[in-house]
Design a binder for this molecule. Structure first.
Ligand code: SAM
Ligand code: DTB
Ligand code: SF4
Length: 353
């Protein structure tokens, strides 16, 4: 079967709004069809998160437990020792995670932090895990240093639409975020970028966020879609819940627009029942954060995720797993080689007799 998926970078907000408005079953069918053309539909990639530096962040992101500007229950912690980080990574590997994502409550890393960060990346890489970090803004030099150390992915979210952005964060601009993504890409790392829904944004903002992500020069390899985890003490603690079907629609539309990206069902799973998570996988989500804690808030226990995977017949994706397209190409190459070999054997026999 020929995969005819075209990756588009010219989406318009109005056409994405039309996708959101499709009858639910039609939207799910379209997303699932595209998903199956590009991925094994019964595989989900699992990443584990660790907060390597928690709280006291100078930024004012209105959703965040770690901002120093709000009074939340989060205890601030210094940058973790490298050994402790590697211990946690080893545990994540033993539990079946293939990627280890280290996050820091920073606006950006300082020069004095870089040698420690580099040691963490090297150590995690040496354990045979994929490496990911989310440390705030990066300049081109810092991105180069992390790439050299062996960092595979850098997570930096656009968070919301450009239009809604100033109601959520005022201490860094949308352009600052885009510049960090350019630096990450320029250094040769894979990009992990997505956003949060349920921030009180309008439906058009969700479409506009996805347009920003899909229309990047190269689409992110990984797209986390976070449902807001409401944190007491933050300005968004009492925002209205987003309708569950609207969340599932976001996953489906992201899958359609970014057909070759891993779409990650990220924060918010703790409040989703199994049926809702299953619908997110049907809509094309194929990655999760795995392990009982996100950065500062709870996530489902690893055991309950494994139980859900078993009920759904889902396997965890291997490190460097190949897409159906790559597997087909390999099979084709192998078959061609066998046929060529058989033909040359025939030719040899004929000339010998
Ligand atoms: N400080 C760095 C930064 O902001 O770039 C890295 C860590 S920050 C916690 C990473 C991302 O987590 C944010 O951009 C946001 O998308 C997500 N996030 C943080 N708090 C959240 C919450 N309460 N609910 C959902 N997602 C959240
Ligand atoms: C992402 O998009 N979601 C993760 C990760 N990238 C770093 C973070 C979710 C944080 C949820 C709230 C908390 O645990 O503090
Ligand atoms: Fe700081 Fe990141 Fe939280 Fe914003 S999201 S307050 S930058 S830790």
């Amino acid at each position: 079967m020929l995969n005819t998926t075209i990756v588009r970078n010219d989406w318009t907000v109005s056409e994405v709004q039309s996708l959101f408005k499709m009858p639910f079953n039609d939207l799910m069918f379209k997303a699932q069809t595209i998903h199956r053309q590009n991925f094994n539909a019964n595989e989900v990639q699992v990443s584990t998160l660790l907060s390597i530096k928690t709280g006291a962040c100078p930024e004012d992101c209105k959703y965040c437990s770690q901002s120093a500007r709000y009074s939340t229950d989060v205890e601030k912690e210094k940058l973790m020792e490298v050994d402790k980080v590697l211990e946690a990574a080893q545990k994540a590997k033993a539990q079946g995670s293939t990627r280890f994502c280290m996050g820091a409550g920073w606006r950006n890393p300082k020069a004095r932090d870089m040698p420690h960060i580099v040691k963490m990346v090297e150590g995690v890489r040496d354990l045979g895990l994929e490496t990911c970090m989310t440390l705030g803004m990066l300049d081109a030099e810092q991105a180069g240093t992390l790439q050299q150390a062996g960092l595979d992915y850098y997570n930096h979210n656009l968070d919301t639409s450009p239009e809604h952005y100033n109601s959520i964060i005022t201490t860094r601009t949308y352009q600052d975020r885009l510049d960090t993504l350019t630096n990450v890409r320029g250094a040769g790392m894979k990009v992990c970028s997505g956003g949060i829904v349920g921030l009180g944004e309008k439906s058009v903002d969700r479409a506009s966020l996805l347009v920003q992500l899909a229309n990047l020069d190269q689409q992110p390899e990984s797209v986390p879609i976070n449902m807001l985890v409401k944190i007491e003490g933050t300005p968004l603690a009492d925002v209205d819940d987003l309708d569950s079907f609207e969340f599932i629609r976001c996953i489906a539309v992201a899958r359609i627009m970014m057909p070759k990206s891993h779409v990650r069902l990220s924060a918010g799973r703790e409040t989703m029942n199994e049926q809702m998570q299953a619908m997110c996988f049907m809509a094309g989500a194929n990655s999760i954060f795995y392990g009982c804690k996100l950065l500062t808030t709870p996530n489902p226990e690893a055991d309950s995720d494994m139980m859900l995977f078993s009920k759904l017949g889902i396997n965890t994706e291997r490190f460097n797993a190949k897409t159906p397209e790559q597997l087909q190409d390999e099979e084709h190459t192998l078959r061609t080689a066998i046929v060529n070999q058989e033909n040359s054997d025939l030719f040899y026999d004929a000339s010998a007799s």
